[in-house]
Design a protein around this ligand. Sequence first.
Ligand code: SF4
Ligand code: SF4
Length: 396
Amino acid sequence: MASRLGLISTFSFNQSFKLIPPSVTIFDMSKVFVRKAEYDYKTLKPVFFEIMDATAGNMIQKNMRVVIKPNLLAPASPEMAVVTHPLIIKAAVEYVLEKGARPVISDSSAAASFEKILKEGGIRNALEGLNVEFREFKTSAAVDVGKPFNEIEIAGDAVNADFLINLPKLKTHAQMLLTLGIKNLFGCIVGMKKPEWHFRTGVDREMFAKLLVKIYQAVRPSVTIMDGILAMQGQGPGKGGEPRNIGVVLGSSDTAAVDIAVCKMFGIAPDELLTNRFAMEQGLTTEIIEMDGDLPDIKDFKFPEIVTLVFGPRKFHGFMRRHLVQRPVCNDSLCRLCGECWKYCPAKAITHDKRKIDFDYDKCIRCYCCIEVCPHGALSAHETATGRIARRLLKI
Ligand code: SF4
Ligand code: SF4
């Protein structure tokens, strides 16, 4: 366990862990496997199995409990590119079964019921007849990740797994730029603990990225295989984003290396993605990765609009926060008053009457969770008119 997790147990029962300091982390140059793929199971399965063989080798042993962690953000059909495609999950399950091990599909969404996500995402259907357990992350183990967060509660099933297969979906993220392998592990924070962490890290993207890297260090997936076949561009990661066919699957035993490869594919510097920057600073990976296979040439990928959150003299921060940091806005014609956003909002900044919802922008911490969880694509992030004018005048 210690070698997979980088953890040492401080209690006799697996309830509390301490991270081994990064200085003892040892890695060779990471290899990332890049393969063209589509959602045709006959061709997808061998691609997936090849990457698993190359990255996991013989590590999956008979009777091992193998946790498969897809992106199960919210109920959405596979065509919306919000969740990991069911055929990718199916390939992972079949691989584990062929090894004689026990696959368990787990995640935690604060946005909707686990069962609803499995059904609407086509996962229940795709896995019918396979001997697989569906087990939502429900209980946490305390992991001491050191400063500045100290103890973080992370799904016990994730930190205790014999082997963990991380199956992120390649998507844009209005707050963090992209959500890839490391960000996918935020789903290992159980239920409503997620918005609590958003609240604690506030609008500070760097702080949130540091938190994500700490979670990554604690969970340390054995293998990460990214579903980049139908990806998401624009104002992701929820239904406000736009599906975009890329037709690629990327896999590695080094999650951060997969994220770095995606940045290279989009032609952006790897450290533009803050989680990469902190993973490299922590010595968890390096920008120099070995690629097995060719990255596709992606033109005109639409990144989300992100503004710098905290900059300039402190006395202007209030103005900047109000006008230059995009705020969530509701398209009332799409809103069905389902309540997901106000239930989830960690700052309790959303109120509603019988006709529409309202935001208290002084309370709102711009975490964009409401946009992420809205099942009807009614929310998006926008700058105020004053902000647009100020930006033009200040040339920022
Ligand atoms: S904005 Fe979206 S999540 Fe909020 S109540 Fe309307 S439909 Fe539901
Ligand atoms: S209103 Fe939306 S963006 Fe603002 S704090 Fe609540 S969930 Fe986050």
